[in-house]
Design a protein around this ligand. Sequence first.
Ligand SMILES: Nc1ncnc2c1ncn2[C@@H]1O[C@H](COP(=O)(O)OP(=O)(O)OP(=O)(O)O)[C@@H](O)[C@H]1O
Length: 295
Amino acid sequence: MSVAVSVRDLRLTIGRRVVLDNLSLHLGGGRIYGLIGRNGSGKSSLMSVLAGLRRPDSGTVRIGGEPVFENEAAASKVCLVRGRFHFPDELGRVRDALGFAATLRPDWDDDYAEHLTERFRIATDKRIRALSEGERAAVGVIAGLASQAPVTMFDEAHAVMDVPARHVFYDELLADYMARPRTVIVSTHLVEELGSVFEEVVMLDAGKLVARGETEALRAQGCQVTGPADLVDSFVQGLHVLDERLLGYTKSVVIFGELGADRHARAWSMNLDLGPIGLQDLFSHLIRDMGERDR
Ligand SMILES: Nc1ncnc2c1ncn2[C@@H]1O[C@H](COP(=O)(O)OP(=O)(O)OP(=O)(O)O)[C@@H](O)[C@H]1O
């Protein structure tokens, strides 16, 4: 299901702090989006606004073309999962919490929820307050996946889960999305792990949109050039440099942009090493670089 998410000229202040600043973004929907940015960049705040949980100071927020704030029909299309904070202890046992979630979500899939509790090895008769942090997070993730909400958002929901549990999350997210496409937004700092899951990434910095793009297209444009410092300096002239490091006489420079066959041949003739750069590093450099240029 392709439910679009759209914000225009969004501004949110909390206290005196400007948390989201003149943010405009249109996500066509029916894709898995990664929302990335440094601590405090506004990811959680944006998700709260998209879920209709916070009223922005100004700007419009639309889900499937409808304003979301104080609009039950639009808000019911959105499920926001906040990991270990998702269910309060007062809900009792896991099965009560999931039963409660089912009453709120029009598209809830009970069989799928049961399948997920088995995959995450969650005993449904366990009390919420007796769950470990990772188990709590898993119950939140189960609620998000089983909600089948047209717009499902996971806000760092899987961050405290262990590696096997995180991989169950990624497998289930992808398999379910392939079978029943919808709009999924995942905020995370674990970019490397999720790089193959995100079709598109949206990068925030200091409450502003600094970049967005297809994950693979961005990945293909990042490259690290290593070699003698003077040769590397000459090679990268005129290129978009994101980062540089000097180790003795050897320099390593991260560049961004299509290199083309000529540049590859030149690097080869200069005996320079051209290598890929990890997605996590690339995004960190991009966020810093674009954030700095925006200021
Ligand atoms: N309830 C609040 N009271 C005061 N300031 C807040 C509140 N919630 C968020 N903020 C501020 O808004 C800014 C954005 O916070 P937000 O939680 O949206 O960032 P984030 O990108 O999700 O960060 P992280 O990656 O650390 O989770 C931060 O500077 C934060 O201090």
